[in-house]
Write a protein that binds this ligand. Structure first.
Ligand SMILES: [Ca+2]
Ligand SMILES: [Ca+2]
Ligand SMILES: [Ca+2]
Ligand SMILES: [Ca+2]
Length: 412
């Protein structure tokens, strides 16, 4: 895999940005036909979701085949501090219904999706922190199966956490939660799932070094959940032993000097069936760094890379989402560029390399990203949180279909 926009692609490329309702970016590069890889999004269309959307997920909550939007809103403090998890049911045509709000702690900063009560329906967990003045907790919302959620089940924590990984770490058939803290703390917490949305007492996992912003996968393919986490100067992979507390470091990988991981997503960028890691990156002081990086899993818990994802002009990557946006069977990477008000879409070539990014206008100050198919045409759409504007930007994927003419109806 290679650095996108680096010299190996040659200097002969022109990046042309088109702004407007139909946001299409053509990339013309000397070594590749300009007609390949065009990705087109309509929008952005703002959709009001609540006071301050900070985290986002897309999933079919109602089991009706329509993708819904889940947003965590930072709340307000009066006598108590209350935030919300908002569910916007999808209409299946790219539009969303009015938000339904569920009470959470003050600052839902990360959402994960898992079936916590083993009823076959996807539930939601939200972690509240890390800058909450009064609350430190996890809320689990069990899915009623009719598009609604049950009121959140609160699990208190002693310190305000930052993010979550849901997995069955101890292999008892019940989803557990790994809770990550801020970059300055040297431990995580494991919550053993009881299989009903509640958890056992928090178990502290002391690492001896700061590490957070975790993402789970079975990186060494032994059936035991593992996870990767941000650890300066990059990413550390810890292999699970099938217990709540046993994790073996498998490697620490530098990403880019002076930069840190701001978001994680999983994909398979070299189509070998082994999970790979995509990360968005904060910017360095001189603002000369990449906006993201990809690390290719080797299947034994180690990774190869990083492949740096570079975008011009430079910006900090705020969040990352992975999907096959042009339906060529190869995972692509989207990274939100908050200050540039764009999303950089890196088209995957299927061999661990990426094309020069397409810059898609996403509205002012776009942050948390999610990908999913809102209008049932098989093409993953993008939604970006805009907390300063109290809404999300919806970008509908209208990428032209390949000339080979697949029947998209069968994708439903
Ligand atoms: Ca469930
Ligand atoms: Ca494993
Ligand atoms: Ca792979
Ligand atoms: Ca693709």
């Amino acid at each position: 895999m290679t650095a996108v926009g680096a010299s190996r692609f040659g200097p002969a490329y022109v990046l042309a940005l088109a702004f407007g309702l139909l946001s299409q970016v053509e990339v013309i590069r000397g070594d590749q036909p300009a007609t390949t890889g065009t990705i087109v999004f309509e929008g952005p269309t703002p959709v009001a979701v609540g006071p301050s959307p900070r985290t986002i997920a897309m999933v079919d909550i109602g089991g009706d085949g329509l993708t819904d939007l889940i947003v965590g809103n930072v709340g307000t403090c009066t006598s108590t501090c209350v935030g919300t998890v908002a569910v916007l049911s999808g209409n299946g045509d790219g539009t969303l219904q009015t938000p339904v709000y569920y009470t959470s702690g003050w600052s839902p900063s990360h959402l994960v999706l898992a079936d916590f009560n083993n009823d076959g329906r996807t539930d939601i967990a939200a972690v509240n922190g890390p800058d909450s003045p009064t609350t430190a907790d996890v809320y689990v919302y069990l899915n009623n199966g009719d598009g609604t959620l049950r009121p959140g089940i609160r699990t208190a924590l002693s310190l305000a956490p930052g993010n979550l990984v849901a997995a069955d770490f101890d292999l008892d058939g019940k989803q557990d939660l790994l809770v990550g803290y801020s970059a300055s703390l040297t431990f995580s917490v494991m919550l053993k799932g009881n299989g009903n949305g509640t958890f056992g007492p928090p178990v502290k996992l002391e690492w001896g070094f700061p590490g957070f912003r975790q993402i789970g996968a079975d990186f060494n393919r032994d059936g035991k959940p593992d996870f990767a986490m941000q650890r300066t100067p990059g990413v550390m992979i810890l292999l699970g032993q099938g217990t709540l507390t046993g994790f073996t470091p498998a490697g620490l990988y530098s990403v880019s000097s002076g930069q840190a991981v701001s978001g994680f997503a999983l994909g398979d960028f070299n189509t070998d069936g082994i999970p790979d890691i995509a990360a968005s990156l904060t910017q360095n002081v001189s603002r000369t760094g990449p906006v993201g990086a990809v690390m290719l899993g080797n299947g034994d818990g180690t990774v190869t890379g990083p492949v740096l994802l570079t975008s011009e002009p430079k910006d900090a990557g705020r969040s990352v989402a992975v999907a096959d946006f042009n339906l060529d069977g190869k995972d692509d990477v989207a990274i939100s560029l908050e200050d540039l008000h764009h999303i950089a879409v890196f088209r995957g070539l299927g061999n661990g390399q990426f094309a020069t990014p397409l810059l898609v206008p996403a509205g002012l100050f776009c942050r948390a990203l999610a990908a999913g198919d809102l209008n049932r045409d098989g093409r993953p759409d993008l939604v970006a949180c805009r907390p300063l504007h109290h809404n999300v930007s919806v970008l509908i994927n209208v990428t032209p279909l390949p000339a080979s003419g697949r029947n998209w109806e069968f994708l439903e």
